[in-house]
Design a protein around this ligand. Structure first.
Ligand code: HEC
Length: 207
């Protein structure tokens, strides 16, 4: 066995540090809140999304006449990174590399001093992501479902996620009609979708 001389060892360390600095410069780290993917192309769950801007909550929202979850209550909480939120305020559309997280959580009326109404529980029911990455996804946006915080594959484009958001969302395929601080912005910036404008247009006056 040959012993490594201390000086040689220090030189080796310096060389390793220089190489990693160079590599770091070649691939700049994504900005906070921007999507990150693993080597298999799966999206990494943004574990810090609770530090982002809160857009709004929905309670028991369902897109069919049937309840979303019979016998149970669920809140949906939507979060977006601060930089993307600010860009939407300025332009009425989302910048490239926006991640929007919809967190699902249990709701109940039973607890502590509560007598009426519902509050959210610690029962976490997974999260979904809507991601704008124009060079990566067909149509510019991809959807992901995260059950347990593990990396997730993009949901295939045949899924109803894409068609419903494209056909009914108020701005940039996102449901801004349900985010009260953003709807007036999209209106003022003229970025409301044709579908949403048609859906909300006043009916023709009766003759
Ligand atoms: C029938 C219509 C419909 C379908 C299908 C649908 N969504 Fe949505 N989605 C909505 C509505 C309405 C909202 C806004 C209300 C809310 O926050 O729950 C929304 C909001 C979202 C948001 C928050 C960001 C945004 O774009 O507004 C995400 C993330 C999301 N949906 C993911 C998904 C995923 C993933 C699927 C498919 C597995 C899916 N959605 C399928 C109607 C739909």
């Amino acid at each position: 066995m040959t012993a490594i001389k201390p000086l040689a060892f220090v030189r080796t360390l310096a060389a390793v540090a220089a190489v990693s600095l160079l590599c770091g410069a070649a691939t700049p780290a994504p900005e906070p809140g921007q999507p990150q993917y693993d080597a298999d192309g799966r999206m990494i769950f943004p574990a810090d999304y609770r530090e982002w801007v809160f857009l709004s909550s929905g309670l028991n929202m369902s897109y069919t006449a049937a309840p979303a979850m019979a016998g149970a209550d669920m809140f949906g909480n939507t979060f977006v990174p601060l930089a993307a939120y600010r860009a939407f305020l300025a332009t009425g559309v989302w910048p490239d590399k926006t991640v929007i997280i919809l967190e699902n959580r249990g709701g109940t009326s039973q607890g502590s001093i509560n007598k009426r109404g519902q509050f959210q529980t610690t029962d976490y029911m997974g999260a979904e992501a809507h991601v704008k990455d124009t060079t990566r996804f067909k149509g510019g946006w991809g959807f992901f479902g995260f059950a347990d915080g593990q990396p997730a594959r993009e949901i295939p484009h045949q899924a109803a996620c894409y068609s419903c958001h494209e056909q009914h969302a108020a701005a940039d395929t996102t449901f801004v009609q349900f985010y009260p601080t953003l709807l007036p912005v999209a209106k003022a910036r003229g970025t409301l979708s044709k579908a949403y404008l048609a859906e909300t247009a006043d009916p023709a006056p009766a003759r």
